[in-house]
Design a protein around this ligand. Structure first.
Ligand SMILES: [Zn+2]
Length: 234
């Protein structure tokens, strides 16, 4: 069986990394338009760097949780059975990788990478960034930004993502609010191609009605239970 899994902030909640759109979410405390847009970065790069430096430090202290480890088991288990997992995440953290996932497609970029807007180089980055940080590739200062997709920017790897989605036997949406496009449109795309769909989330998402199967609960409990079912039923 080929499974396409889309993950969102819900899988990282038990690791202490918050969600965005809940009442206690990150965007209830911070204004995304002042922190996560190209215009905000052009206007006030120090403030944008401070926000991502804080998130990067939080991430360095976080650990993967049972949901991340279960998805790594799913990847290994499907491979053993001759199938495949394509894991597409909206998360910019590296907790899937740290849990042992071999293939992770980060459609919204990666917090632990920096990109130089002058030379285009993308480099691993675990330290704070500032307007004074020189690019490791071209040496220019003032041109490094977090390698994350901001509001108004195109998500990454969309061709590969749609190819993988349409090859899947099952589309599973895990821990995502179903409100951010294009990812929120994957379920309709999958359905349109006759692919079975499953939602695993804390509560019904904005798209809940579009899913064939729905499972609700904290990701750290609901995901391991679902993975167990997937690997024993196929
Ligand atoms: Zn550069």
């Amino acid at each position: 069986m080929n499974i396409f899994v889309l993950t969102g902030a819900g899988v990282s909640v038990a690791s202490g990394l918050g969600t965005f759109r809940d009442k206690d979410g990150l965007w209830s405390r911070f204004d995304p338009m002042k922190l996560a847009t190209p215009e905000a970065f052009a206007r006030d790069p120090d403030q944008v760097h401070a926000f991502y430096n804080m998130r990067r430090r939080n991430l360095m202290e976080a650990e993967p949780n049972a949901a991340h480890f279960a998805l790594a088991r799913l990847e290994a288990g499907l491979k053993e059975q001759g199938g495949k997992l394509f894991l597409c995440t909206q998360n910019i953290d590296d907790l899937h990788e740290r849990a042992g996932l071999q293939q992770v497609t980060h459609m919204h970029g990666e917090l632990l990478k920096a990109r130089c807007v002058a030379c285009g180089a993308i480099m691993p980055w675990c330290e704070d960034l500032s307007v004074a940080t020189p690019c490791l590739s071209c040496g220019d200062t003032g041109n490094l930004r977090p390698h994350v997709v901001w509001f108004g920017e195109m998500p990454l790897f969309m061709d590969a993502i749609y190819d993988a989605l349409l090859e899947a036997d099952l589309f599973a949406s895990v821990g995502t609010s179903g409100s951010v496009y294009p990812a929120a449109g994957f379920v309709a795309e999958a359905r349109g191609h006759g692919i079975r769909t499953c939602e695993i989330n804390l509560e019904p998402s904005d798209n809940a009605r579009q899913f064939d199967e729905r499972r609700y609960g904290p990701a750290s409990e609901a995901v391991p239970a679902w993975v167990e079912d997937m690997l024993t039923s196929s």
